[in-house]
Design a protein around this ligand. Structure first.
Ligand code: NAD
Ligand code: TYD
Length: 354
């Protein structure tokens, strides 16, 4: 079996659902259920004996040690993190705590577990650390996309905390021999993304008839990766990636924010036209820029294609249409995660809401 951390969040839950749709290998899913974690996303796995959900903190050494001893996973796929740049600017503490201290704790528990394995199982064990392209900092318009050898130059508290975790993961391999692999991916989008990130926020606000906020001039560029493609990349890396290596994962889809928002508006104009016949672009508003806003991220995903034969299947056009259709058909999910009803339920169920 495998241990997934952060598997009630956007990418982790997509990963757990996809994993169990493709194989019977059980998943132990450790998640703290912060505002970003949602058990409703894992609803299809309710009652499924292959999925064991545990509410808890990756920083809880006793809990993680106990889980590893009980389930003896052959791999840990580490998604759990505080993940939103704007939140990291307002309150970096949780980012340092979870992304750096939590990863440190997980590595120490993983090392103890790995040391207890037979030589054969030791060789097969993997600690897969899911990280971000934001650790490379920002690019000028003419710069080539990030490769795995770009220097680390994180600019936001979020990016710095992820960079810190990447360095720990690297050191645990170099010093202790723990078979780690790091993936650095670009901006994900797709079903079940909390509507604080650009794409789900714009879909949600458009349908709610409110403003679509664009930071600064909207010419910042991101590379967009459909979450299903990302999950496939992680499965491939887990299967065939080389311990000690890192792999950039991207969608080959560089887009300025303003063009992403206009594409969403045009797709909604087609699929769910406004009652007044106007375009959703009328709702666009340029607002104050994010402090320290990185201008451009771009991923060269050539290494993972050459070495592990992975390439994304979705273009931005196909992926965004799938995503918008999903949000149109899952208003209940969005309503639930934004209404506070979910947090009330977690409080009732677990005693506390983070
Ligand atoms: P998310 O914010 O949607 O989900 C994070 C999950 O981690 C939540 O379920 C939350 O409850 C859980 N969590 C937070 N702190 C925890 C703790 N201390 N212990 C246990 N669980 C905890 O994030 P996401 O978008 O799914 O991102 C997953 C991973 O991918 C993160 O490591 C993130 O840095 C990385 N990443 C995300 C993107 C993206 O575009 N979303 C891009 C690059 C990298
Ligand atoms: P986001 O989804 O927060 O991801 P990240 O900051 O990790 O790249 O933001 C994507 C881009 O969209 C980023 O350049 C910031 C911009 N943005 C807006 O212009 N308006 C918004 O309301 C949000 C949330 C983001």
């Amino acid at each position: 079996m495998i241990l997934v951390t952060g598997g009630a969040g956007f990418i982790g839950a997509n990963f757990a659902l996809d994993w169990l749709a493709r194989s019977d290998e059980p998943v132990v899913n450790l998640d703290k259920l912060t505002y970003a974690g949602n058990l409703q996303t894992l609803g299809p796995l309710q009652g499924d004996r292959r999925h064991i959900f545990v509410r808890g903190d990756i920083g809880d050494r006793a809990l993680v040690t106990q889980l590893l001893a009980r389930h003896r996973p052959r791999a840990i796929v580490h998604f759990a993190a505080e993940s939103h740049v704007d939140r990291s600017i307002h309150g970096p503490d949780a980012f340092i705590q979870t992304n750096i201290m939590g990863t440190f704790n997980l590595l120490e528990c993983a090392r103890d577990h790995w040391m207890s394995l037979t030589d054969e199982d030791k060789a097969k064990f993997r600690f897969l650390h899911v990280s971000t392209d934001e650790i490379y900092g920002t690019l000028e318009p003419e710069d080539p996309p990030f490769t795995e050898t770009n220097p680390y130059a994180p600019n936001s508290p979020y990016a710095a905390s992820k960079a810190g975790s990447d360095h720990l993961v690297r050191a645990w391999h170099h010093t202790y021999g723990l078979p780690v692999i790091t993936t650095n991916c670009s901006n994900n989008y797709g079903p079940y993304q909390f509507p604080e990130k650009l794409i789900p926020l714009v879909i949600h606000n458009a349908l709610a008839g409110t403003h679509l906020p664009i930071y600064g001039d909207g010419k910042q560029v991101r590379d967009w990766l459909y979450v299903g493609d990302h999950c496939a990349a992680i499965r491939r890396v887990l299967q065939s990636g080389k311990p000690g290596e890192s792999y950039n994962v991207g969608g080959w889809n560089e887009k300025p924010n303003i063009s992403v928002v206009k594409t969403i508006c045009a797709t909604l104009d087609k699929l769910r036209p406004r009652n007044d016949g106007h375009s959703y672009t009328d709702q666009i508003r340029f607002v104050a820029d994010r402090p320290g806003h990185d201008r451009r991220y771009a991923i060269n995903a050539g290494k993972i294609e050459r070495e592990l034969a992975w390439r994304p299947e979705e273009s931005f056009e196909t992926g965004i249409e799938k995503t918008i259709n999903w949000y149109l058909n899952h208003g209940d999910w969005v309503e639930n995660v934004t209404s506070g009803a979910y947090r009330d339920w977690v409080t009732r169920q677990y005693g506390t809401a983070e």
